[in-house]
Design a protein around this ligand. Structure first.
Ligand code: FAD
Length: 379
């Protein structure tokens, strides 16, 4: 049986950042992913400066590489459109990008390959996680067993590592189903500007039109699952209605051509209310596995990377103290709580507020729109 100090399950932003965070720790790390890279990830592909900051704090060299790869996909502005079509445009401070995840996630994993001694297993699915008194055993799809002192669950929205911690994941995680497509020939797309449209038929969610690379546009929709069910809304139908029939979009999509497939995936939001455990005996969870997506915007790349880095810090402490107990792991929970709890609580409250009183969204966007006009802002 192959033996490691740490096994990281999942090589998305959380897993790769965790492996990068361990680059000078002198630990024997395995990183496994069920897919082979570059691989597609269903996403709006938009992420901001915090992703850069995280890599930069691990090593300025990693931060510099991130800036270099993003040339050509830099976003400077975002437009928010209210249900009654009031529009406010904001300037995004610092670095912001819309690089497709196929490229971004592959870039992170390549950096792990180049800059660390991590043993990487692609096309390798973790199927069973067994926590024992002195180790964790990860069994893969072909029955291979890998042994380590700790396992880090970076395996996304349907985490198998999380299931080893509790068997009630579905009850603990609130889900936002999302659909994403790449189109060419969408009219009126500005190459440096994200568009977020809040619409009456997308409760607790939004429709996005984001510029991408190679002349493509990332178009998608995501909304709260419970709300969709409550209002009997078929999200896929709504998505097609918006592009093909809705008066404000139909002309823009008249000549649009779908590139690749229209795909759906879920956004897990569950951390903020503290019901989902994110650590345990010899286990830490990061990113989507920990339900760490930002509840108002659906931004999950930076929280995944940030939790991957926090996990790397915790792993180093565990090996230093030779302590892998659930109690010792609580320091990781504390870090995550401090970083995200208030922020997420506030944003969840605001989102609920808007949902209950949708006219507020119109008022707020109309107010800022008027204010910007008065200030004569030009972007
Ligand atoms: C429709 C949609 C739009 C989104 N838009 C945005 C956006 O614009 N900006 C943003 O910041 N966030 C966005 N998100 C959220 C973002 O995609 C996630 O939060 C982010 O990818 C989380 O990173 P992660 O590393 O935790 O998980 P993932 O990126 O999902 O990576 C998990 C990895 O684990 C692997 N894996 C899974 N199971 C196993 C297993 N059993 N064994 C081995 N490997 C396994 C997978 O192959 C995958 O590579 C969006 C999500 C969706 C669904």
């Amino acid at each position: 049986m192959q033996q490691f100090d740490v096994i990281i399950c999942g090589a998305g932003p959380a897993g790769s950042t965790c492996a990068l965070g361990l680059f000078e720790a002198g630990l024997n790390v395995a990183l496994l992913d069920k897919q082979s890279f570059p691989r597609e990830k269903i996403c709006g592909d938009a992420y901001g400066g915090y992703a850069y900051k995280i890599l930069n704090t691990i090593s300025p060299k990693f931060g510099a590489k991130l800036l270099a790869i993003n040339q050509g996909a830099i976003i400077k502005r975002a437009k928010f459109v209210s249900p009654k079509k009031h529009l406010v445009e904001i300037r995004l401070k610092g670095f912001f990008s819309s690089l497709p995840r196929t490229v971004f996630d592959n870039f992170l994993l390549q950096m792990v390959k180049e800059e660390t001694k991590t043993t990487i297993f692609e096309n390798t699915t973790a199927q069973k996680i067994e926590v024992q008194s002195d180790s964790v055993i990860v069994t893969t799809q072909d029955g291979t067993q890998l042994k380590a002192k700790m396992v880090i669950g970076c395996d996304g929205a349907h985490s198998i590592v999380q299931s080893a911690l509790t068997n009630t994941r579905e009850a603990l995680v609130e889900t936002f189903p999302g659909i994403r497509s790449y189109y060419k020939n969408v009219k009126g797309v500005e190459q440096d500007c994200l568009e977020i449209h809040f619409l009456p038929n997308i409760p607790k969610g939004y429709f996005w039109i984001f510029p991408s690379t190679d002349g493509l546009t990332n178009v998608g929709i995501a909304a709260n699952k419970k709300m969709l069910a409550k209002h009997n809304i078929n999200m896929r139908k709504e998505f097609h209605y918006l592009m093909n029939e809705a008066p404000q979009f139909k002309e823009r999509f008249a000549e649009a051509e779908l590139v690749g497939e229209e795909k759906g995936w879920s956004i897990p939001i569950g951390y903020f209310d503290g019901k989902l455990p994110i650590s345990g005996n010899r286990i830490l969870l990061c990113g989507d596995a920990a339900g760490l997506v930002e509840p108002a915007t659906g931004e999950g790349i930076a929280p995944a990377m940030s939790s991957g880095r926090f996990a790397a810090w915790q792993i180093k402490k565990c090996f230093k103290e030779n302590n892998f107990s659930a109690e010792f792991m609580k320091a990781y929970d504390k870090d995550i709580h401090k970083k995200y709890f208030r922020n997420y609580y506030f944003k969840t409250t605001i989102t609920n507020f808007y949902y209950k009183m949708p006219f507020l969204m119109d008022w707020v966007i109309a107010f800022f729109s008027g204010l910007h006009k008065l200030q004569g802002r030009k972007y």
